[in-house]
Design a protein around this ligand. Structure first.
Ligand SMILES: C[S@@+](CC[C@H](N)C(=O)[O-])C[C@H]1O[C@@H](n2cnc3c(N)ncnc32)[C@H](O)[C@@H]1O
Length: 228
């Protein structure tokens, strides 16, 4: 499994794993990228199959404005977004500093100069996103996942949408229910092998649930989240 690094987790802020540089080829019908990877980041040996399903399922991104890859890793989603929307600003954010650095280096190496790869804490608070694409970090547990999604999905611009890829056995269906309960109208747009791609539309302010709703109170680490 590529996501665990000898006792460490790929979502640590400063992975301690010794450097082990490598490359991953992102080969899609319309995008060919060779990206640098390293130990201590998510799936450093190959394009994650869930990420591939997402990138082969999403509609073309908006061509202008601000777009977000939530949890960028070494950058396969952000750099595909930027290749498909070269005039847009693509924000690539992660908690893992090694990932942020790799993504920035990869963007520079392939000449995608409108990618801004930053730690999650560094994004200006007034930026609103026309689209969010993410292979979200399910392994951080349900409360943290819900907090992360709430923070960023509420920064969708009116009319914007988030596309999220989640494995069925890691709770794709319950996540879809939760998103709908919280006021983000969410559909399943793709179901391929064990992966689901969910489309969550921006929620109107009036749709915010009262704090401490039954769904929130039930939030706890998912017992079915064994691997990602
Ligand atoms: C499943 S990996 C996907 C990585 C990359 N997008 C890909 O497809 O290969 C999820 C990423 O989310 C990051 N992450 C974990 N917690 C996060 C948080 N609270 N905010 C942003 N990113 C987070 C992890 O460090 C990891 O890089």
């Amino acid at each position: 499994m590529t996501s665990k690094q000898a006792g460490a987790q790929y979502f640590e802020e400063r992975p301690g794993a010794a450097a082990r540089p490598g490359t991953v080829d992102v080969l899609l019908a319309d995008v060919h990228l060779r990206l640098a990877t390293d130990s201590g980041v998510f799936s450093p040996g190959r394009l994650d199959p869930g990420t591939r399903v997402l990138l082969e399922s999403v509609p073309p991104p908006p061509q202008d404005g601000d777009l977000l890859d939530l949890g960028c890793g070494y950058g396969p989603i952000a750099l595909t977004m930027a290749s498909r929307a070269p005039s847009a600003t693509v924000w690539a954010v992660d908690v893992n500093r090694r990932s942020v650095e790799l993504c920035a280096r990869n963007a520079q190496a392939v000449g995608l100069d409108k990618v801004r790869s930053l730690h999650v804490s560094e994004v200006p608070p007034d930026v609103r996103f026309a689209a969010i694409w993410s292979n979200p970090a399910i392994r951080i547990g349900k409360p943290a996942l819900h907090a992360m999604l709430t923070q960023w999905l509420d920064r969708l611009a009116p009319g914007g949408a988030a596309y999220l890829v989640v494995q069925k056995h890691l709770g794709a269906d319950s996540l879809q229910r939760w998103l709908n309960d919280q006021g983000w109208p969410t559909d399943r747009v793709t179901s391929r092998t064990s992966y689901r791609v969910l489309r969550a539309a921006a929620r109107p302010a009036a749709a915010h649930p009262a704090q401490g709703s039954p769904t929130d109170q039930a939030a706890r680490p998912a017992t079915d989240e064994q691997e990602h």
